[in-house]
Write a protein that binds this ligand. Structure first.
Ligand SMILES: Cc1cc2nc3c(=O)[nH]c(=O)nc-3n(C[C@H](O)[C@H](O)[C@H](O)COP(=O)(O)OP(=O)(O)OC[C@H]3O[C@@H](n4cnc5c(N)ncnc54)[C@H](O)[C@@H]3O)c2cc1C
Length: 387
């Protein structure tokens, strides 16, 4: 078959590779001048630092098939994400604290030397606001779990900046569990497998795309009138964009990265969050710390700002509140009436997807497509339901 994959990110590359290995001809197009989608990495020519161009990406998964898959195409070196945050303590003094909130954070923040059980009792009995019986909002849930001091230092300002919404406007369901660890584990992720590709993500994705059955065309914009030229299209662009936004635009947050360089070590860690609402950026990323096995005198940093995406901005995080979900369901209905195309990946299904989930879904999609073909049935518009 003659297949078109729109997008040379992980979705387009993994689906393309699987179908090419099954003997199909795959064309992968991307409007950008590089492969890799939002995982794209490139070396800065002045400092030699590997830069995560669209924001920091750390690979983590419990899925051993996905872990084996990425290790086929790249050497992964150990990397644990240990985030710090600059915020105000209960006395209003600015300090640097460990994230996610753990025993170190609690002891430092409250000036205590508590052991795990003591810290648990302190947070749940002395800090948590137990007068809130049935939390309805993110704010109430956070106050109920951790109390005002921790909420204001670590959750409130960051959420307002990241989502442009006050935690009292967000649902309680965002915080499902007590967001605090009563030990000194400061590894951001719980997953069994974690690491960084030695030569960056774009080198890994280039290897995935390196197959005689795959042709890559960059700076090539797809529009839906081209759908009929192929036996099937896998579209990893924005779902609403496929339909020329005819029902309206799905809401996204976009990011602005203010790049700056520094001689030496700017902040001593890869990611420093800023909890205060009065600091306009959410975090600073210092890229060389993502490759601790390398050594560079110069440094490249990104100050990261979040805002509502306007037409023409890069869509980063889907908002998925009630209003967006209603519009999404209308687009899903439209997509389901459209033959010859399957919508995939984070933009095609309007969901936030980590890289491992993107790869898992891409593998399942390619297998599902081959199975549908064997059974002579139409491939669905969505292999994973967006709603
Ligand atoms: C700021 C940020 C940080 C992240 N950090 C992590 C992390 O630490 N760990 C993790 O596991 N995941 C992380 N992710 C998630 C990760 O970026 C995604 O899982 C991954 O990029 C999804 O790949 P994709 O191929 O579905 O989409 P994308 O990477 O967005 O690729 C889609 C591609 O389609 C192209 N395209 C769209 N429309 C058209 C068109 N009409 N014609 C031609 N080309 C088109 C785009 O140019 C783009 O290159 C992060 C995401 C963001 C936004």
């Amino acid at each position: 078959m003659n297949i078109l994959n729109v997008g040379a990110g992980l979705s387009g590359a993994v689906i393309g590779r699987h179908l090419a290995e099954a003997g199909h001809q795959v064309t992968v197009v991307d409007s950008r001048s590089h492969i890799g989608g939002n995982c794209h990495t490139e070396r800065d020519s002045d400092t030699g630092v590997m830069v995560h161009v669209y924001g920091p990406h750390i690979f983590h998964t419990d899925d051993s098939e996905v872990w084996d898959y990425v290790n086929r195409f790249a050497t992964f070196l150990p990397y644990k994400n240990r985030v710090k945050t600059t915020s105000l303590d209960p006395e209003g003094r600015r300090g640097v604290f460990s994230l996610p909130v753990n025993l170190h954070t609690i002891n430092q923040f409250f000036g205590k030397t508590l052991r795990p059980e003591e810290a648990h009792a302190f947070i749940t009995e002395e800090q948590a606001d137990t007068t809130i019986e049935d939390p309805q909002t993110f704010e109430e849930q956070a106050l109920r779990f951790v109390g005002r001091d921790l909420y204001e230092a670590f959750f409130k300002g960051y959420t307002v900046k990241q989502w442009g919404m006050h935690p009292s406007e967000l649902p309680a369901s965002i915080l499902k569990r007590l967001p605090v660890r009563f030990n000194y584990d400061d590894n951001y992720f719980f997953h069994k497998f974690q690491g960084m590709p030695e030569d960056g993500y774009s080198a890994m994705i280039a290897k995935i795309l390196d197959h005689p059955g795959i042709t890559v065309k960059l700076e090539t914009v797809f529009d839906r009138t081209q759908t009929d030229q192929y036996d099937h299209v896998f579209y990893s662009g924005p779902l609403d964009g496929y339909f020329d936004y005819q029902l309206g635009r799905l809401g996204y947050r976009t990011l602005d990265f203010e790049r700056f360089t520094h001689q030496g070590d700017y902040q001593g860690c890869a990611v420093m969050n800023y909890g205060e609402e009065s600091v306009p950026y959410t975090r600073i990323t210092e890229h060389k710390h993502f490759a601790p096995w390398e050594s560079h005198e110069g440094s490249v940093c990104y100050r990261e700002y979040s805002r509502a995406a306007e037409p023409g901005d890069i869509p980063y995080y889907p908002i998925r509140q009630v209003q967006e979900k209603a519009l999404l369901s209308d687009y899903v209905a439209l997509a389901e009436q459209t033959a010859g195309v399957s919508f995939v990946g984070r933009l095609g299904t309007y969901r936030y997807l980590d890289m491992d989930v993107t790869i898992r879904e891409a593998l399942d999609t390619a297998r599902g497509f081959l199975a549908a073909r064997e059974q002579d049935t139409q491939p669905p518009a969505f292999f994973t339901a967006p709603l």
